[in-house]
Design a binder for this molecule. Sequence first.
Ligand SMILES: [Mg+2]
Length: 158
Amino acid sequence: MLFAVFLDVDGVLNTKTTCQHTPDGYTGIDDARVKILANAIKMYDCYEVILTSDWKEMGEYDDDYLYLLEKLDLYGLDIAGKTKDQGNNRGEGIINYLKAHPEIDDYVILDDHKFDFMNYTGLWERLLVTDGIERAEFASRTPEVEAMVFMDYIKRFS
Ligand SMILES: [Mg+2]
């Protein structure tokens, strides 16, 4: 079973109070939060991290993008793919990604914003809204089992 996490960065792997900075001077990434993500996702035998964050728009050799890869790599994670969206249609970007990747059996979405996710029941019920990954909440009042399981893992490793 291939399990995917659609990952936002800002508001998930950092918060407004994060002291770390990227090479270009933006808010950085907290190792402790990457560790929580890594521990949770490694509960699955087969998993992928798909980047949904605006960080995906950076060039592959941008200092800040390399910084992100380095931070993930500290805990053995890498980026298997990136969604494409126009404007703030982040949910639509995920829907298109899922259509192009039928090998993904189940997934959750980590994001600190709700964007257009509510327009897609499957996404909404798998959305964990964060304020830092350790403070995740279900977007839906009727979350999918996969979201509940992943929430348990986050809490376990926080
Ligand atoms: Mg964000």
